[in-house]
Ligand binder design. Structure first.
Ligand SMILES: [Zn+2]
Length: 321
């Protein structure tokens, strides 16, 4: 399924820039920024001048990270904007959320998310929900500090623009996992997600999730009917980590990105997603390549596919290690 030809599509923004003789805008400038002021009011649009002259460090850090993330998607995968068509990304900083105990109070949101309806990314500063009841202090702060959290949310937007997946069960887990993998590619020094939004040193070492060290699910045999989507995402996350162990993180990233954006069928389950990444590895490295066998074996290690050695034809190309 070739939803986005990476280098072939031409979008309206590009075309009009060329017609006016202007340079194509850098992906990092394809950004509309809004400030929700930690309330539930309509997010207020900010101009480039507002941002440039602002002394608001959270705002500036969040905008810097969003720009880095858009540039990363372009450099690494040739992707322009979250939708791949160069549409500017809408970023809401200081996002608010209601207090669950009251309809009237709105405060800083202790979360970050991609809103599929408004097609905006909401990044919260963290409010009372970030307070650790044992210490009485906040465990984490503004999510805009964490490049990998932003990449995770971008992952939802990217997948949404490419393929229709169920948002619960294995489809939901594929959504979560694709975002986690993007997070681990943009912040490649560890497999943690969100550690830069944590405040104290102990919390920083843990992050919100660790792709290489799942807490609940390690194999399909651990999966229960009610396993929550972020836990279920440990299956594809572990497969990605093991491919990276074999082929390097950067190569895994190319395989994963292409698999999820070009080969994933609608309403895909885990075996279909696994095959999509095998197909991507074959498209990049060739049929029967060591790389496609490594991808198959990684999925086999978590109980999703059969190991390459069990399939005739691929056994000969498998590394002995
Ligand atoms: Zn998510």
């Amino acid at each position: 399924m070739q939803l986005q030809g990476r280098d072939t599509h031409m979008d309206i923004a590009t075309t009009s820039s060329i017609l006016r003789g202007r340079k194509d805008p850098a992906p990092s400038s394809l950004l509309n920024v809004y400030d929700q002021g930690n309330t539930l009011d309509a997010p207020k649009p900010l101009t480039a001048a507002d941002i440039k002259s602002s002394t608001d460090k959270v705002l500036r850090d969040t905008v810097t990270n969003a720009s880095k993330m858009l540039d990363f998607l372009h450099t690494e995968f040739g992707r322009k904007g979250l939708d791949g068509k160069g549409t500017p990304m809408d970023l809401v900083v200081h996002a608010g959320e209601p207090d669950p105990s009251s309809d009237e109070y709105g405060g800083a949101m202790t979360n970050a998310y991609w809103n599929m309806q408004t097609k905006k990314m909401y990044i919260g500063d963290s409010g009372p929900a970030a307070i650790n009841p044992e210490t009485g202090k906040a465990d984490f702060g503004p999510f805009g500090r964490s490049l990998d959290v932003m990449a995770h949310e971008a992952g939802h937007a990217i997948l949404n623009s490419e393929v229709k997946l169920k948002l619960s069960g294995q489809g939901g887990a594929l959504h979560e996992s694709f975002g986690d993998v993007l997070g681990a590619l943009i912040d490649p020094y560890d497999w943690q997600i969100g550690e830069d939004a944590k405040i104290n040193e102990q919390a920083k070492r843990v992050g919100f999730r660790n792709l290489s060290r799942p807490t609940v699910v390690h194999h399909m045999k651990d999966v229960q009917p009610n396993t929550e989507v972020h836990d279920l995402a440990d299956i594809p996350n572990l497969a990605a980590v093991r491919v990276a162990d074999e082929l390097g993180r950067k190569n895994m990233g190319q395989i994963w990105y292409q698999g999820f954006t070009d080969f994933l069928p609608a309403n895909a389950n885990f075996p279909e997603a696994a095959m999509a990444t095998v197909q991507a590895a074959e498209a990049i490295y060739g049929n029967g390549s060591r790389q496609s066998a490594a991808v198959r074996d990684a999925w086999a290690s978590v109980g999703v596919l059969e190991a390459a050695a069990k399939l005739s034809g691929l056994a000969a190309t498998k590394k002995s290690a």
